[in-house]
Design a protein around this ligand. Structure first.
Ligand code: B12
Ligand code: SF4
Length: 490
């Protein structure tokens, strides 16, 4: 036991146009903090909004027991906010050690160490590395910690990156420590559900070209045992009354048998999983039918593109024909809705390729009318993705200054891509809005369903003809959404 405290911070950044998602637990630092606490350190978690940075800074600078301050970062505005906070802390108390961890620093350690306020970057899984670093800082922080794997730091003006740490194969050795947060704050309530987001596994065996996984997880999937998942969620249910769970794993159904068994045992314990994320090629009639029997009402399916060349280039390992075949299978399940996610605007795509994907949306719609909730995203290169070379060839580069990262948000309209003009980005956003109108929420009232049907038909015509002038349907739909949201908030 030591009297030293480690502050672990996750500054939430707005995404989806101005909203922070504070409803998901900060899992990365709950795992890291859990392990540090198990080994006798005091741990304080700060899962905060931008507006709460100042008070967190005051709390930390007035704490005389600080051993280090760890930040957890994803790519994007979190870098800007965490940098501002790190800088203030370092300016107020230069002796404080600042450690960055999480997906972004792991993929771009050298770039992060260029910020003078970052002392160490922890690369990859953080539990053991953070513990070893804590031990080192506690003992003597004079000799550079070359013998700690998975660490990066600056020594004599040179960046040192120590050998990669091998993955923990027994993930059950690590747990999120729920006593470090007010768990009730993370229960997502609506009329009928008390939902909780939970991670049961790490990594994914696939190698999609736009994903961080190959580099970060080396295609190695590591999972908690079924017993641990069921036990943890049942305990959370006892504490908070949840009746529903969302799995935030990279690929929950890597092992279908395990996934189904978890759902089955949770259902027996009164916890349903209504929404699951599924690869297109995992879909079969038998599998979906088992999911529906277990209470699944919606699936998320990243079909990505209707363009054969693009699907090949992003190594998705399925074809447009297979997507349509699986969409037809899904149409047999009348109560099942599908969040269907496509991407356009890859650096090699021209107008014709983009159009092909838009027309493909209509083909999918015909195969399963009104039950596909489309999302047409614009391709954005993220660190670590194998296809980034294609973007670099087209003069793309990642931002350098930490303030510049706040613009790295395609949805906020602040991002530039060398191969897509602002006008094209606006047009794709409009197309996405129209594609969304092809969906009719099955639980809507008859009146809403009637208007949704009219709008869906108009949207179909718009997408087929490519005429988007005076998009009054979108204005009305957005206005309706706003009223609904306001009512929900009141
Ligand atoms: C939950 C989640 C979110 C939540 C985050 C909620 C929260 N409380 O933090 C929300 C909804 C906000 C979100 C938003 C976005 N997300 Co997100 N998200 C995830 C998701 C599904 C789970 C993250 C998680 O908890 N993982 C489990 C933990 C245990 O893993 P971990 O974070 O890597 O932590 C380990 C190590 O990294 C390390 N570590 C982590 N933090 C720290 C800190 C310290 C000090 C140390 C020492 C170590 C350490 O140790 C941990 C344990 O080993 C991941 C996919 C996934 N399964 O990981 C995508 C993912 C992280 N998201 C991603 C993306 C692209 C986004 C968005 C940009 C999406 C968008 N277009 O809007 C936005 C960005 C938001 C923003 N503006 O910053 C990408 C990451 C890309 C990147 N380079 O960062 C991922 C990997 C999805 C994917 N496959 O592409 N996301
Ligand atoms: S996109 Fe999904 S299936 Fe593909 S590698 Fe990433 S997590 Fe796995």
């Amino acid at each position: 036991m030591t009297s030293r405290t480690i502050h672990l911070i996750n500054v939430a950044a707005p995404f989806r146009v101005g909203l922070e998602d504070m409803t998901r637990p900060p899992s990365g630092i709950l795992y890291v903090g859990g392990n540090l606490k198990k080994h006798g350190f005091n741990v304080k978690i700060h899962h905060i909004r931008e507006s709460e940075i100042s008070s967190a800074v005051e709390e930390i600078v007035s704490d005389e027991s600080v051993l280090f301050i760890g930040f957890s970062l994803m790519t994007g505005k979190q870098i800007t906010l965490s940098s501002r906070m790190s800088l203030v802390l370092k300016t107020r108390k230069p002796e404080l050690k600042i450690v960055w961890g999480g997906i972004h620093p792991s993929l771009m350690p050298e770039e992060c160490l260029k910020f003078a306020f970052v002392d160490y970057v922890i690369i990859g899984e953080g539990e053991t590395t953070a513990l070893e670093l804590a031990g080192y800082l506690l003992r003597d922080a004079t000799n550079p910690p070359n013998d700690i794997n998975g660490l990066a730091f600056i020594k004599k003006n040179e960046t040192v990156i120590t050998p990669m740490r091998s993955f923990e194969t027994e993930v059950d050795n690590f747990r999120q420590d729920w006593s470090l947060i007010e768990i009730n704050k993370y229960v997502r309530k609506n009329k009928t559900d008390m939902n909780f987001c939970f991670i049961t596994s790490r990594g994914c065996p696939h190698s999609c070209g736009f994903c961080y996984n190959q580099k970060f997880n080396m295609r190695k999937w590591r999972a908690h045992s079924i017993d641990v998942v069921v036990h943890e969620l049942t305990q959370i249910k006892e504490k908070t009354g949840i009746n529903s769970v969302t799995f935030d794993d990279d690929n929950f159904f890597t092992n279908k048998k395990r996934g189904l068994e978890i759902l089955r045992r949770l259902k027996d314990n009164g916890i349903i999983c209504q929404w699951v994320d599924l690869r297109v090629d995992y879909i079969s009639e038998d599998f979906i039918s088992q999911l529906v029997d277990l209470g699944v009402e919606a699936i998320f399916m990243g079909w990505e593109s209707g363009n054969k060349k693009t699907l090949e280039k992003i190594a998705k390992k399925f074809t447009p024909a297979l997507i349509l075949e699986k969409t037809r299978i899904l149409s047999k399940f009348k109560k099942l809705t599908v969040d269907a996610s496509g991407i356009v605007g890859f650096p090699w795509e021209d107008e014709k390729d983009i159009k092909e994907t838009i027309f493909f949306v209509l083909k999918m719609f015909k195969a399963n009318p009104f039950r596909l909730n489309f999302n047409i995203g614009i391709y954005v290169p993220y660190p670590g993705a194998p296809i980034n070379t294609e973007s670099f060839k087209k003069s793309f580069s990642f931002p350098e200054g930490y303030e510049d990262w706040s613009k790295f948000d395609i949805l906020a309209g602040t991002m530039e891509l060398p191969w897509l003009g602002r006008e094209q980005i606006k047009r794709i956003t409009l197309i996405d809005n129209y594609a969304k109108l092809l969906f009719i929420f099955p639980k809507s009232s008859v009146v809403v369903k009637f208007f949704a049907l009219v709008f869906a038909m108009l949207s179909f015509i718009r997408l087929q003809t490519g005429i988007f002038v005076c998009p009054f349907e979108i204005w009305i739909a957005n206005y309706y959404q706003k009223i609904k949201l306001r009512r929900f908030q009141n």
